[in-house]
Design a protein around this ligand. Structure first.
Ligand SMILES: C[S@@+](CC[C@H](N)C(=O)[O-])C[C@H]1O[C@@H](n2cnc3c(N)ncnc32)[C@H](O)[C@@H]1O
Length: 225
């Protein structure tokens, strides 16, 4: 990539796809082999909105218990930390160990080093493991592990967007909790699946950056009872 310095490379566990972190003059980009840009520090409004909009739906976010999957460039985590109080506890699951290290280095400066916040706990692994742990409950579960329900970088993520995965996530919510998903595109079938799983769903279309251009989709879902 022109005028970009390669800072790191990582193979996504469970597959052969490779993530590459590049730094330019004013930005960082993560590119995924065979697919192009996955994330950029220049365009993160919708990733931030995922965290903000989900926390806004809580009666009180002061001491919220939040699960984020995955870390990426840390913008959802930064937004959740800003939207919650001092007693909040935020677990962020990240599948690729190098991504966690990148966020501790130069990449972290773009999201205000959210891993350094005392409320943050990192789980270096698959967010599905935490959802399957029946002992754990959250007020907010915010999932942005890929481009959306249909475009997956690792087939292991299929489960997260399946009926079983959605039901398991719903069961992991505290009463009044919010289950939020990010996607690069709208997906009516996934909206239907969420509703079929007895969730009250609101679908938002959010600009990737500023107030024009590409829009992304955020689903905010709450248990009906
Ligand atoms: C699109 S990025 C997330 C962007 C993030 N919302 C932000 O604010 O920058 C997706 C991240 O999820 C991670 N990931 C993919 N599958 C995962 C899984 N099953 N569990 C945890 N992290 C996962 C990827 O390695 C990548 O870092």
């Amino acid at each position: 990539m022109k005028n970009q310095v390669l800072l790191g490379e990582a193979t996504i566990p469970g597959g052969d796809r490779v993530l590459k972190l590049y730094q330019g003059k004013d930005d960082c980009n993560i590119v995924i082999s065979g697919r192009g840009e996955l994330m950029s520090t220049r365009k993160h409004a919708s990733e931030s909105a995922l965290g903000t909009l989900a926390c806004e739906l809580l009666k009180s976010a002061d001491a919220a218990s939040v699960l984020i999957g995955g870390l990426g460039m840390g913008f959802t985590l930064e937004a959740v930390l800003a939207a919650t109080g001092k007693q909040a506890r935020v677990v962020v699951a990240e599948l690729v160990p190098e991504v966690i290290e990148w966020n501790k280095g130069p990449l972290g400066s773009y999201s205000n080093y959210p891993l350094s916040d005392a409320r943050t706990e990192v789980y270096p692994g698959d967010v599905s493991d935490l959802l399957r742990d029946e002992g754990k409950r959250y007020d907010v579960i915010a999932l942005d592990v890929d481009n959306g329900p249909e475009a997956l970088s690792t087939s292991g993520n299929d489960w997260l967007y399946s009926r079983n995965g959605v039901n398991t996530a719903r069961e992991s919510l505290n009463k009044g909790g919010v289950l939020a998903y990010w996607s690069a595109t709208a997906d009516p079938q996934f909206t239907k699946l969420l509703r079929d799983c007895d969730l009250h769903v609101s679908e938002k279309s959010v600009y990737a950056h500023g107030n024009k251009g590409t829009k992304h989709t955020i689903w905010l879902a709450r248990a009906q009872r």
